[in-house]
Design a protein around this ligand. Structure first.
Ligand code: GLU
Length: 419
């Protein structure tokens, strides 16, 4: 990734852009640009054939001024120290913009889980949980799913932690299966916040979402749920979706849920019968659509692609999909970008609801979860647009950081420094 943007530098640039509009001391701001601590560890497990393999893993605890560190754990060959640092920082500002009482953290293991058996993935996960045990806890640091992890891995981490601690502590991790203390609505929550952000964004901009053409890059949990809900709840028209094997397109729109079923059956969205044409990922990103939803990994839209983006509105379901250079180009060409720290915050918000339910041992209906999520996202959206207007800002990302940084700084200053 030599000529790719370094996500950690992107985070720092985003903070600096917002700081120019905030009355925050330089030294206070400097603190907000670096993680408080990082665990780096090497996990050695026995593979099914009896040989040993070692996997590098990280957990970054970026900032805890507003509450316990919070954020997912990803399994991906591209995981690096700087990526985890960036992702943990984005969590700080994500929990702050939606105003839930957490700081930010993130973890990752350098592994392509598809190349290992389920038993091997379980051993790596339990090994990581053992390393994490001293630094996580219901009041300390609460991991969750991220790219290539889900309920299964969360259940294993909870089980390992509880066995080693000789206790029950379901709130040590979120994103669990329902029978292991998970929350209704958690699996859908990230995509739901993307749909809600798109709804609010179109309304704010005076545009009609009904019938609007939508392209979604990345068709994992976030992208596929966002696409389905934009169709089902907003009557948007999903015309293109993609995954790592390619993209599919139909100008009239197609059934987003059926495309997901096709992916689950065949491993890819390509070859879906509802599509008319196959495109490359880059062609999808530069389609002339009303709404573009990047829902894969960081740096999907760099400066070169940004020059050709023709969407009117971009709502980020992935973390960090637009590089700072690309952001400048999109601002210049008046593409309205609604940032990740709001648009995918549904995941961590319903994680918060899960943690509240775990601690009360009292569980909510899915309807209550979705209603509370809608309230949180619309309130955050209003805070963001208020900051955008009050400060006469040129883009919504900077507005989100203005709100979020102010909240983190207030918490820090109210606590004071010690010793
Ligand atoms: N990994 C998700 C994110 O990036 C969810 C984190 C959480 O639920 O703590 O926001």
């Amino acid at each position: 990734m030599s000529d790719e943007a370094n996500p950690f530098e992107s985070l720092q640039e985003q903070i600096d852009d917002a700081a120019a509009h905030l009355d925050v001391r330089e030294d206070v701001l400097e603190r907000l640009k670096h993680p408080e601590r990082i665990l780096e560890t090497n996990l050695t497990i026995e593979l099914d054939d009896g040989s040993l393999e070692t996997f590098k893993a990280f957990r970054s605890q970026f900032n805890g001024d507003r509450g316990p560190y919070k954020g997912g754990i990803r399994y991906h060959p591209g995981v690096s120290r700087d990526e985890v640092k960036a992702l943990s920082g984005w969590m700080v500002y994500k929990t702050a913009i939606v105003d839930i009482p957490y700081g930010g953290g993130k973890g990752g293991i350098v592994i392509d889980p598809r190349e290992y058996s389920d038993a091997e993935v379980e051993r790596v996960t339990r090994s990581f949980a053992t390393e994490l045990r001293p630094i996580i806890g219901e009041n300390k640091d609460i991991p969750a799913p991220d790219v290539n992890t889900g309920q299964r891995e969360m259940n294993w981490i909870k089980d390992t932690y509880e066995k080693l601690e000789n206790t029950t502590a379901p709130g040590v991790i979120t994103g669990k299966a329902l029978d292991s203390g998970g929350s209704a609505g958690r699996v859908e929550a990230t995509g739901r916040s993307t749909m809600l952000t798109a709804r609010e964004a179109f309304q704010y901009l005076g545009k009609d979402i009904e019938g609007a053409s939508v392209a979604v890059q990345g068709y994992g949990n976030a992208g596929s749920v966002a696409a389905r809900l934009i169709e089902e709840e907003l009557d948007g028209r999903v015309v293109a979706v993609s995954d790592s094997s390619g993209a599919i397109y139909n100008e009239d729109g197609f059934d987003a849920a059926a495309a997901k079923d096709h992916k689950d059956e065949t491993g890819s969205v390509t070859g879906f019968e509802g599509a008319e044409e196959e495109l490359t990922n880059e062609e999808l990103l530069t389609l002339d659509v009303d709404l573009l939803v990047p829902a894969a990994l960081e740096n999907a839209i760099d400066a070169d692609i940004a020059e050709d983006v023709r969407a009117d509105v971009v709502v980020e379901a992935a973390n960090g999909p637009i590089t700072p250079d690309a952001d400048d180009i999109l601002t210049e060409s008046e593409v309205e970008v609604f940032p990740d720290i709001l648009a995918n915050a549904g995941g961590v918000t319903v994680s918060y609801f899960e943690w509240v339910q775990n601690r009360q041992r009292f569980y909510w209906t899915e309807e209550r979860v979705n209603d509370e999520l809608e309230r949180v996202i619309t309130e955050a959206f209003d805070a963001l647009t208020d900051a955008y207007e009050e400060n006469d800002l040129s883009n919504f990302r900077t507005a989100a950081y203005v709100v979020a940084i102010r909240r983190v700084v207030d918490a820090f200053q109210q606590g004071g420094s010690w010793p």
